[in-house]
Design a protein around this ligand. Structure first.
Ligand code: SF4
Ligand code: SF4
Length: 510
């Protein structure tokens, strides 16, 4: 330790148990750990570990050929104190040692109420028969975009000669109401980004480029891409916009509402600099606001500029973080011309965010979705925009409940990362991801085989889609369209009256 250097008072987060009778000193754990936790001691011919460096990603545990390792939370704690928890004390000590903002990755891990776990679904019994999805057709197809108030049809006496007179807005068809949420090339590795694009293409759904642009060689997946136009405008040009299925204006992100983005210069490698159209090695700073948007009128101008640039052929989506007045903002967004509105809730993921923001700002997506859907219905403009929701969707039941609450489709981010290998170690912001997902280190990134990751993602989409069909069948519904906004299929359990009121659902037994 150098003179004047602060001696760390931190406790380790994890302990490592190595069963010596199993360890064959193959040094796999040493090679697999990007945080340099394990090392070989020649003198004692044994493996050693530095627990202070362990982030609990479990890579070494999974890769150890003899299953000799156990990594578990460090059991030591300070004197019990309901106010000064271990996390509060450790965070404060880190700041006393570094003098900086604490950064973190992934979504909010605080025990805010997860409303999906307090909402139950209905099922048919006796009077309305359920449907067997293995024997009957089940429709999960979803169209995203503005729908007309009414359809004028000219029928010329022949069923083959029907003409729709109403001018229809562009809509995008997806085979399942599950879309991959925004994860930029730069925040995630090229391999992970490509896997998401390929999986969306194979299953007939969409992936979202995030704000990092779309590499040219991946533009063949453009018809499955939602391309973002964020505050930094990285990688945005007419070709980028025109190759996409949907254009998304990013105003906010659930993990860090009101906060901009920062990709450090060391992560801006040559291919990322080309895709983002910025010099190699420079920090990619996304300002907190879009500097040309200070009102709904300004937003409208950008929406129509993007529509103009794409010949009015693409739906334009506007994404906001779920905040207190989300319903009023969403109403303004629809009136400004948004064809899709995306709401990203309190538990939405991130590659890097100030921990204090991630854990304390925003509202749960369940509340935001219910209030936005309700407000748009009351104002008679619900059909003018589709609603895409994001923010911690963990299973197919969450998705079914979201659709019954009013969503058209759901964005999944963290779930997709977990499918590829992520273990939620929350160290994405360090640029070291032992699973090759959230890193630009070529040695780590090559651990993720895009073909295998794509297969895992497609399997997840398939599994959840099958489960959604099972749940629909149980409710006696054969098309997801019939469930949309149908809150009669939901009941609350263990919720206060005000919560039921915001969610617009009855309590169980009512
Ligand atoms: S990977 Fe397992 S067997 Fe190999 S050195 Fe590490 S603990 Fe021992
Ligand atoms: S993507 Fe990688 S670094 Fe981020 S939480 Fe998952 S395993 Fe950890």
């Amino acid at each position: 330790m150098l003179e004047g250097e602060i001696h760390s008072h931190l406790l380790p987060d994890f302990i490592i148990e190595r069963r010596e009778d199993r360890c064959i000193r193959c040094r796999v754990c040493e090679r697999q750990c990007g945080f340099n936790v394990h090392w070989y001691d020649e003198e004692t011919d044994s493996m050693k570990e530095d627990e202070m460096k362990c982030v609990g990603c479990q890579r070494c545990v999974v890769m150890c050929p003899t299953k000799a390792l156990i990594v578990k939370p460090y059991p030591g704690d300070y004197r019990a104190n309901a106010n000064w928890t271990k996390e509060r004390i450790l965070d404060l000590k880190k700041q006393a040692e570094t003098g900086g903002v604490l950064l973190t990755g992934t979504g909010n891990d605080k025990p805010f109420r997860i409303y999906w776990d307090h909402i139950v679904l209905n099922a048919s019994q006796v009077t309305n028969p359920s449907i067997d999805p293995l024997r009957e057709p089940m429709e999960l197809r979803t169209f995203l975009g503005r729908k007309p108030d009414k359809l004028e049809i000219e029928f010329n006496g022949d069923l083959d000669d029907v003409e729709i007179k109403t001018e229809l807005s562009p809509n995008v068809m997806i085979e399942t109401p599950i879309v991959f949420s925004a994860m930029s090339y730069g925040a995630i590795s090229y391999q992970a980004f490509k896997a998401l694009a390929m999986a969306a293409n194979e299953y007939g759904t969409l992936f979202n480029t995030g704000e990092g642009g779309l590499p040219r060689e991946l533009r063949k997946y453009g018809k499955n891409a939602i391309v973002q136009c964020a505050s930094g405008r990285f990688g945005v040009d007419p070709e980028y916009l025109n190759c996409a299925a949907v254009i998304e204006i990013k105003i906010g992100q659930g993990a860090k509402p009101g906060i901009g983005g920062h990709l450090p210069g060391e992560k801006v490698t040559e291919p990322i600099s080309i895709t983002r159209m910025i010099p190699e090695g420079t920090d990619a700073l996304s300002p907190a606001p879009q500097h040309d948007i200070y009102s709904i009128e300004d937003l409208s101008m950008l929406i129509y500029a993007l529509k103009e640039a794409t010949d009015y052929e693409k739906p334009v989506c506007v994404k906001i973080a779920a905040v207190h007045n989300a319903a009023a903002i969403a109403s303004g967004m629809v009136r400004a011309g948004a064809d899709i509105i995306a709401l990203d809730g309190l538990r939405g993921g991130t590659g890097a965010a100030p921990k204090i923001i991630r854990d304390n700002v925003g509202i749960p997506i369940e509340m935001a979705l219910a209030s936005v859907d309700q407000r748009l219905r009351e104002e008679g403009i619900r059909n003018k925009a589709s609603i895409l929701v994001a923010g911690g969707f963990r299973c197919s039941a969450d998705i079914v409940k979201a659709i019954a609450l009013g969503a058209d489709a759901v964005y999944i981010g963290t779930a997709a990362l977990v499918a590829m290998g992520c273990t939620l170690c929350q160290k994405c912001h360090t640029g070291i991801c032992n699973w090759g997902i959230c890193t630009q280190d070529p040695n780590l990134a090559k651990r993720l085989n895009p073909e295998i990751a794509k297969k895992r993602l497609v399997n997840l989409l398939r599994a959840w889609s099958l489960e959604i069909k099972e749940m629909l069948g149980g409710m006696g519904i054969n098309a997801i369209e019939s469930l949309r906004g149908n809150r009669e299929h939901l009941r609350g359990v263990g919720l206060e009256d005000w919560e039921l009121e915001v969610l617009g659902i009855k309590g169980a037994g009512e």
